[in-house]
Design a protein around this ligand. Sequence first.
Ligand SMILES: Cc1cc2nc3c(=O)[nH]c(=O)nc-3n(C[C@H](O)[C@H](O)[C@H](O)COP(=O)(O)OP(=O)(O)OC[C@H]3O[C@@H](n4cnc5c(N)ncnc54)[C@H](O)[C@@H]3O)c2cc1C
Length: 416
Amino acid sequence: MKVAIIGGGHNGLILSALLAEKGVKVTLFEAKDKLGGLTDTVEIKGVKISRASYVLGLMPEFLIKKFQIPILKGDVFQTFYVNGKAIPFWRDKEKRIKELVKVGEKKYPEFEEKLLKFKELLSKKFTFVKYPPTRQEIREEAEKEGLSEFIDTPAKKLLSEYISEDYHYFFIYPGMEKSSAYVIAYYFSTDWALVEGGMGTVAEKVAEYAEKFGAELRVNSRVEDIIIRDDEVKAVVVNGKKYEADIVVIATSPLVFYDLLDINVKLPVSRWRKYNIILRNYPRIPEPLKGYEYSLLDTEVGEILIPSYLDKARNGIVLETMGGLENVKELLGIKDEDILYIDKIDGEVSQKLYNLPFGNLNHLPMTDDFLFEKRLPYTTKYKNLYLCSAGTYPGGQVTGIPAYNVANLILSSLSG
Ligand SMILES: Cc1cc2nc3c(=O)[nH]c(=O)nc-3n(C[C@H](O)[C@H](O)[C@H](O)COP(=O)(O)OP(=O)(O)OC[C@H]3O[C@@H](n4cnc5c(N)ncnc54)[C@H](O)[C@@H]3O)c2cc1C
């Protein structure tokens, strides 16, 4: 039984590991000259930057432990900085709630209690699944616990009922305002943390595990075609050569194989940009943020992370941000002469750099058109051709959940 996996992002790698440890013969093909996809540490001037994704918070703990991914955590996971006021989100629930109440957010405790209850429901019943649950299925379970507002209310509207407008963008990203409030629960986590050495360590650790169990991980191996006969997958074509396989898994953005999968989605190229900056000196942190500078800083000019406060393996002072460069420099008093190097990636660049159609960082948007049963399932209309990436259920980010679910599907099909 031979399984071919297309794409060596964290999902493709985790799938390789989970299959290989059960004795399945796995070959993974990655187009780039390195593994990891959007979990990518690059070394510039001897300093390590997380070039694309930068914090880990949505991967289940059992996967983090299994692959021994080294996590670095401070007491505060994220700090909201708005109107000159800092609100630290402590991992400790009591301390966290006190901070919000202190700034006048009287309804926050009720909101968080419901939010965590809804997240628990998702994690118990709608995370480790064989196919995407429908919105109606989740709604029915949520109703039983008095939580249907997280399904039926648009995200921003729900936030408005509990929290002052100034703080809404702590809980959602721009563009998600009208999506179901489900997205608030999807992103909220008290586990957001750094990975030692940058996000590339996720890929390194999982690849090490997969190879220990005999998985073959091939780089510089672009899959150009998938051969299907009588509605059943037969082989992949890699750099012009045919590789026969009993099972093929597409662990790239599903849009890489859109014609084969009949996905007719044309998206605008995503408008995010990320700056990875190597500094000569630590920046001037505004007074209210002092003591929390190691956490993910959610500011009016965008998210800012200075991983070097916690992660000495970076070998230098690194600032990673999805905010505007000039605004971030102004906020933190950074002068041109303080900057040793600036790396910039955006939607355009990542199409080439990471083979990422439309530069969509979650492969498909996290909006109502692509959530619940509208997110892609793990199976396709072709026998033995599976999908496994951020574009499948439950959605984007570094979660490993699609990989875990697809591994279970394949293993049960092999044993059944
Ligand atoms: C700037 C940025 C910041 C982000 N920040 C975070 C964050 O802090 N935390 C978080 O959890 N998430 C974050 N994300 C989102 C997250 O990184 C992705 O959703 C997730 O990593 C996708 O993982 P994946 O394994 O499904 O796919 P990918 O990582 O996209 O991997 C797919 C792989 O397939 C390969 N491939 C493509 N076509 C072919 C082909 N034809 N043949 C062979 N191989 C092919 C690609 O080269 C790539 O390596 C961020 C993303 C970006 C871009």
